[in-house]
Design a binder for this molecule. Structure first.
Ligand code: MRU
Length: 371
């Protein structure tokens, strides 16, 4: 997608052909800058500090982390150490852990001499697959939006509420929840997006609003608690969010606060959709949502807000009293029963084990286990 009219991906190879460039998302929306990563430690730091974030992008970055490590030392022990380093960066998004497992398995099966080239090929494939997958989600999701739009009175846009940033900045390109929005907007279907600010890190107000603005999609930023009120007053036609980990039964772990939006949507008969690449499905978790590791982040993120002050300088401001304790749960789980549909690269399905198994039969064994 474009920033100031220039097309970007969130991650790409540097001109030297081996280092990795990323957009520094901690600086957006006030500064646009890129960072060049040269080692697995650089990548681990970028993921941990959320220079790069969003489930699919974390996976892609981790893949390049392995490439950089293999350039320095392509031995088995280096591969294992790098995978351990990267896997400790963030727990909830399953793409990270899947990518590390897949890359480790693939690289263990080739000689040390072939590992660098193989790792770069795999990492580039992950990026290209992500883009294609999100475009397909965009097409399927567009159909959902188009149908809902037919119920709208003439000359009124379709109002979509989204939470956090499941936009192109969270992926390699297009985004997941935003892909249907961009497809609809590009096709001339009038949409308006209510953007939850998404405390404490404000991925909604900082990132989703930024990318929608860059693409010219009409949107309004709201505080996290406004969604229920807007739903009661007929201002929201659907909710559309992303996911960091989806169970084989269709439960969805996404940014903290997603669950409350789904509850409010249920109470107001508003459809609640989740857009997801199949790479975010954890086929090993079938019914116990407590098996999903929920990331707890630094208390500082709750104690402070960051932004631009009146003089235009970036500033960090304390918003809690000295001495108050804070807690920072980064994700919650929305049970499948609150979700209307899962929009995947293979089409839409009901959020259930049967629905997902029908779309992705290769993950179901003959004795009906999911893998
Ligand atoms: O903590 P973040 O910013 O990495 O969380 C991102 C989200 O919760 C997104 O909704 C999710 O990763 C889906 S991204 C396409």
């Amino acid at each position: 997608m474009k920033i100031r009219g220039i097309p970007y991906r969130t991650i790409w190879l540097n001109e030297d052909g081996w280092r990795v460039n990323v957009i520094d998302q901690t600086k957006l929306p006030h500064e646009f800058s890129t960072i060049t990563l040269s080692s697995d430690n650089d990548v681990a730091h970028a993921i941990r500090t959320m220079i790069v974030r969003g489930a699919p992008l974390i996976g892609a970055a981790a893949a390049f982390g392995i490439c950089l490590a293999m350039r320095e030392d392509a031995t088995n022990s280096s591969l294992v150490t790098t995978c351990k380093l990267l896997s400790r960066t963030r727990p909830t998004a399953v793409n990270l852990h899947r990518t590390l497992n897949d890359m480790k398995t693939a690289l263990m099966n080739v000689s040390e001499r072939e590992r660098v080239a193989t790792a770069y090929t795999l990492a580039n494939d992950i990026c290209l697959t992500d883009i294609k997958t999100n475009q397909a989600i965009g097409e399927h999701g567009f159909e959902v939006l188009r149908k809902l739009y037919t119920n709208k009175p003439p000359d009124t846009p379709l109002n979509i509420l989204t939470h956090c940033n499941a936009g192109w900045l969270a992926t390699v390109d297009w985004g997941t929840a935003t892909a249907p929005m961009y497809s609809a907007h590009n096709a001339g279907l009038p949409i308006h997006v209510w953007v939850d600010e998404t405390r404490p890190r404000n991925q909604g107000s900082a990132l989703t609003a930024f990318e929608l603005a860059q693409h010219g999609v009409p949107h309004t930023v709201i505080v996290d608690n406004a969604g229920g009120h807007l739903m009661q007053n007929g201002e929201i036609d659907l909710c559309l969010v992303g996911t960091d980990r989806t169970t084989a039964s269709g439960d969805v772990a996404n940014k903290i606060g997603t669950y409350l939006k789904a509850l409010a949507a249920k109470d107001n008969n508003i459809p609640f959709y989740v857009a997801l690449p199949s790479s975010t499905i954890d086929w090993s978790i079938t019914d116990d949502i407590n098996e999903i590791p929920i990331e707890e982040r630094s208390k500082e993120e709750v104690m402070y807000v960051s932004g631009r002050d009146e003089e235009g300088r970036l500033a960090k401001i304390q918003v809690t009293p000295d001495g108050s304790n804070t807690a920072n749960y980064a994700f919650d789980v929305t049970p499948a029963r609150l979700i209307t549909g899962l929009i995947t690269e293979r089409g839409m399905t009901e959020p259930s084990a049967e629905g997902l198994a029908t779309l992705f039969p290769e993950h179901v064994t003959q004795d009906h286990r999911t893998i």
